[in-house]
Ligand binder design. Structure first.
Ligand code: S3P
Length: 177
């Protein structure tokens, strides 16, 4: 059985930062899906969306998830916020191991994501409304896909990683690993 730790959640919830912390603590390789896709495409996500369109990006996400699933093993997998959109992706994510949903309130997400322009879905006249509508669609899917939800507000990445590691040990232990 694969023993990966998978981080899901909305943009700006700290998946990449917590992923790096877990990588350091566990020594498992980190697969940051957005970074991998940028490497494969040879361009940043903003350009993939602008030049090839969102559907092409979603295809790349699913292809990468299939590849990670085929390698099994022990990795920290940090995902993009929209990865839970496709049923196939949700199934692949659950099959990878322990899935953690990093959660933050909309105001925190707005504040964190307004610091840069690298998220094409939030290039909108009203990013607060866009965040609210995407959260409405996605929260049930994060819930359905995850084994654990963690509220990130007020916690730093060290504290978050400690909580995730304790829960992951329990999860894998319950499954006899
Ligand atoms: C997206 C989130 C981004 C990136 C892309 C689309 C989304 O990743 O995959 O811009 O649909 O929510 P982060 O969640 O790491 O910002």
């Amino acid at each position: 059985m694969p023993e990966n730790i998978v981080l899901i959640g909305f943009m700006g919830c700290g998946k990449s930062t917590v992923g790096r912390e877990l990588q350091q603590r566990l020594g498992y390789p980190l697969v940051d899906m957005d970074t991998e896709i940028e490497k494969l495409a040879g361009k940043p996500i903003t350009r993939i969306f602008a030049e090839d369109g969102e559907p092409a990006f979603r295809e790349m996400e699913t292809a990468l998830l299939r590849e990670i699933s085929a390698t099994g093993g022990r990795h920290i997998v940090s995902t993009g916020g929209g990865v839970i959109g496709r049923p196939e992706n949700r199934e692949l994510l659950r099959g990878l191991g322990f899935v953690v949903w990093l959660h933050a309130p909309p105001a925190v997400i707005l504040e964190r994501t307004s610091r840069n322009r690298d998220r094409p879905l939030l290039h909108d006249d009203d990013p607060a409304a866009k965040i609210a509508s995407l959260l409405g669609e996605r929260e049930p899917l994060y819930r359905e896909t995850s084994h654990l939800r963690i509220d990130t507000a007020g916690l730093d990445s060290t504290e978050l990683a400690t909580g995730i590691l304790e829960s992951a040990r329990y999860h894998f232990c319950q499954r006899g690993q």
